[in-house]
Design a binder for this molecule. Structure first.
Ligand code: T46
Length: 130
């Protein structure tokens, strides 16, 4: 598995920057946007994969670590830039940890929330991707 980052185009301004996600920068139609915030120190999130959903994860504020597994390899990456997104394709196991105080994780998703799309145990995940 290769880590896939998206460099989000920026409009720079001495009064503050704007990062814009539109068009071909996002390799899917955005059907849902959600964000993680007020995550307590030491909390671990994720611990699942999606059968079909694709997502872009951005640390719009603060930082946190993302661990990705595909059943063969494991990658750990720190997200800490509001102009860099991590593309997480379907059938990839993800975990999130080490949230800084005030961290906000913005997620662009290719579909609406559907619990049946989740694989919530690693055993089931390994059987699914085998
Ligand atoms: C993911 C990572 C990055 C909803 O009802 N609607 C939603 O859109 C979402 C995202 C969650 N929920 C419910 C489902 C659970 O009862 O909120 C509760 C917490 O969700 P979950 O434990 O899945 O949260 P995370 O932070 O572990 O995972 C979330 C996303 O669910 C997941 O797709 O990739 O963020």
């Amino acid at each position: 598995m290769n880590l896939e980052f998206i460099d989000i185009p920026k409009i720079k301004n001495p009064k503050g920057n704007i990062a814009v996600l539109e068009g071909e920068v996002v390799p899917f139609e955005i059907k849902r946007v959600y964000y993680l915030f007020d995550v307590p120190s030491g909390a671990r999130r994720g611990g699942h994969a999606h059968k079909n959903l694709m997502q872009i994860l951005i640390a719009v504020s603060g930082s946190f670590d993302v661990i990705l597994k595909d059943g063969r390899t494991t990658h750990k990456v720190t997200l800490n830039r509001p102009d860099r997104g991590l593309l997480i394709r379907n059938n990839i196991w993800r975990e999130m940890e080490s949230f800084s105080a005030g961290a906000v994780g913005l997620v662009l998703a290719s579909d609406v929330y559907e619990e049946s799309d989740y694989i919530r145990t690693f055993k089931e995940y390994l059987a699914h991707v085998k």
